[in-house]
Write a protein that binds this ligand. Sequence first.
Ligand code: EPZ
Length: 418
Amino acid sequence: MDKFIIEGGRQLAGEVEIQSAKNAVLPLLAASILTDERVIIHKCPRIMDVLNMIQILNELGCRTDFDGETLIIDSADAANHEIPSALAKELRSSVFMLGSVIARFGRARIAYPGGCDIGLRPVDLHLKGLKSLNVNIAEEGGYINCNCGKLIGADILLDCPSVGATENIILAAVKGEGRTLIRNAAKEPEICDLQSFLNKMGAKISGAGTSTVSIEGVRRLHGVEYTPIPDRIEAGTFLIAVAMCGGEAEICRAAADNIAALIHKLREISCKITVKNDKIYIKNGGTRRSLRMIETMPYPGFPTDLQAPVTALACISEGSTVIVENLFETRYKHVPELIRMGADITVRGRAAFVRGVPRLHGADVVAGDLRGGAALTLAAISAEGMSSVTDLSHIDRGYSGFEYKLASLGAKIRRIRV
Ligand code: EPZ
């Protein structure tokens, strides 16, 4: 198991380039089996979730070649409709594969993706949406078995704007018969990226980014060469790092509009932020006024994936901050570890009440999930003294070269194998 060894307390300065969005790339990989022609994805991040998804594609019979940041997928010989259970459990987002595997083979089998580190993570909206498209679904023995004579377009209303369910329905409907409407669809930028990827393959999708997405089924999709959007959560993580440590940095290849909610908050607490094309420039002299209230919401509200990092920021901001996590049931695993670093936080249900302290002190902490691990790392580089962060497998799922990027900004952080 790897751990970070961190000597905190240094200001940050320099520039970092943002990777392509994990949560955009994963559905694009699922979409790649909708054609038997070659798919090339440029600037593909080498993170564990992507490597696991590639392994699933290989198990389905796809040929893949991942050289540097260029990923080539050739699914001409794909023939297996069963998503391997070990990988399905490892990777929540494997459930997105259902829609595209059914569209390709007329059937799919996947182990029920268990609850994971941030909550129950149900898939009822995915299954309801697929059933609306004429898919027969049997859940037995921990497996979901799907089969379908012909995917037929439908008018689907989602009970909540689920990102994964929206993507799964798009992937199933894109080659279905007739038109599909998804109402109360998720509006995340990653949905827009999936729409532009599929339309480049010959799909007819419109409305992504609004609450109604329309898909006109087409008979065939052709190969594509594509560069995904930058990772808004990684960009937000580095902005919060500068806000916590003080200093200044340039975040390159960042889509500022996609994290407007965070930028608005950071300006409120006295960070100086300017945006020029795809660069975000942030400067913080060390003052951090109170964040007051953070409520996580579906896009364009404050993103749940930045809740843990912003909780770490609240720990060393003036006054008190109330944080409400509306999306997931147990997304506060980082709180007990922050308290060990001297934070003053009380959690009641979905709310965390944070009273700011001048500084955190170093401690040996354990990451419990992806974004919580990032939050603990930010807390450690801003704290006084030495810290270690253990169980980096969570961080490695979603951040490529996290410690190298932080070190290039001046943080004293290194990875050791124990
Ligand atoms: C996606 O997860 C992201 N993952 C998550 O990022 C992100 O936190 C989440 O969207 C919200 O933005 C990927 O894109 C791979 P949801 P997803 O379905 O699709 C409920 C990260 O750290 N729900 O939008 O699983 C669910 O319980 C990860 O990068 C149902 O009730 O999220 C939750 O309360 C973590 N039934 C809410 O919807 C369903 O069938 C939002 O979940 C599906 C979801």
